[in-house]
Design a protein around this ligand. Structure first.
Ligand SMILES: C[S@@+](CC[C@H](N)C(=O)[O-])C[C@H]1O[C@@H](n2cnc3c(N)ncnc32)[C@H](O)[C@@H]1O
Length: 271
């Protein structure tokens, strides 16, 4: 039986501790992501704030800088963290997590293969989705990206999760053996190159989800999915339109993220 792990610091329900991440939001909705450190000071354009004024207190409180700036202190969600963290490669945008993880049918306890760890954004969301009883294996060709992605994952969870393994290598070559997976997530420039390997490693009826920014990539991926015996193929694009709600002014915001990526999923057919 799996023993449930303590929640990672990022999800801890109690008060902020030394070393935890804290997201400050001011009245103009400016956001500051800070790692709390006893004895340290946070500097803003409107004065300073001792980290010790936050450590030991609960998320959701408001603190005030030396020059009177009010800051709401929260624990960062993955969507707050990944947009601020250092990047090695283009990240999966948080609005697309649901389409990728839902499309691939990822639920707690699953063993998931990720091809293209990159900056670790999708790995963080996947680890949260599978929980401590699941396992994530991430493949990454580049050492520097593997290091950055691993550091970003550890930065979010406070430590490298025990149920996350990172393999440095090319997914078309380094995935021999007989391991099988419950779902596969692919975020590389040429997803069609790994679909034969993915087909071999996925359990029958389980899903692969590929994330691609351009329509030409999607067309080629779908063509190869059909050739490699994947069925129930679907492509979606998630469009998120934030709204401005202030008194009588209730309308879409003027700016939005116009395009990130398409999500193409397919289920392995049993032959
Ligand atoms: C767009 S990034 C992935 C971003 C990641 N999904 C995230 O959310 O931060 C693509 C990554 O795939 C890696 N990559 C490309 N081809 C690969 C292959 N054949 N096997 C493993 N990794 C590969 C690249 O080095 C790059 O770091």
């Amino acid at each position: 039986m799996n023993t449930p792990l303590a929640p990672p610091p990022a999800l801890e329900p109690g008060p902020f501790g030394d070393g935890d991440l804290c997201l400050f939001i001011d009245s103009r909705r400016r956001r500051y992501l800070v790692r709390l450190q006893s004895g340290a000071t946070f500097h803003t354009h409107a004065g300073t704030l001792a980290h010790d004024e936050v450590i030991g207190r609960f998320p959701g409180m408001t603190v005030t800088t030396s020059h009177g700036l009010s800051l709401l202190a929260l624990r960062p969600r993955p969507k707050d963290y990944v947009l601020e963290m250092r990047r090695a490669a283009q990240v999966v945008y948080p609005k697309d997590y649901g389409a990728i993880l839902g499309g691939a049918g990822v639920v707690p306890g699953m063993k998931v293969l990720e091809i293209g760890l990159g900056s670790g954004s999708l790995a963080i969301a996947t680890l949260l989705a599978i929980g401590s009883s699941g396992r994530l294996v991430s493949i990454e060709t580049r050492w520097d990206h593997a290091e950055r992605g691993t550091a970003n994952v550890a930065g979010y969870f406070g430590t490298s999760p025990d149920n996350h393994s990172v393999i440095v290598g090319d997914a078309t070559r380094c995935l021999g053996g007989s391991a099988t997976f419950d779902a596969c997530l692919v975020d590389i420039a040429e997803p069609w190159r790994v679909l034969a390997v993915v087909h071999r490693l996925l359990r029958p009826g389980r899903y692969v989800a590929c994330y691609s920014p351009s329509t030409t990539q999607v067309a080629r991926t779908v063509e190869e999915m059909r050739r490699q015996y994947f069925g129930a193929i679907e492509t979606v694009e998630v469009i998120e339109r934030p709204w401005h709600i202030e008194g009588q002014s209730v309308r879409p915001q003027h700016r939005m993220v116009g395009h990130t990526g398409f999500v193409t999923v397919g289920a392995k057919l049993a032959l």
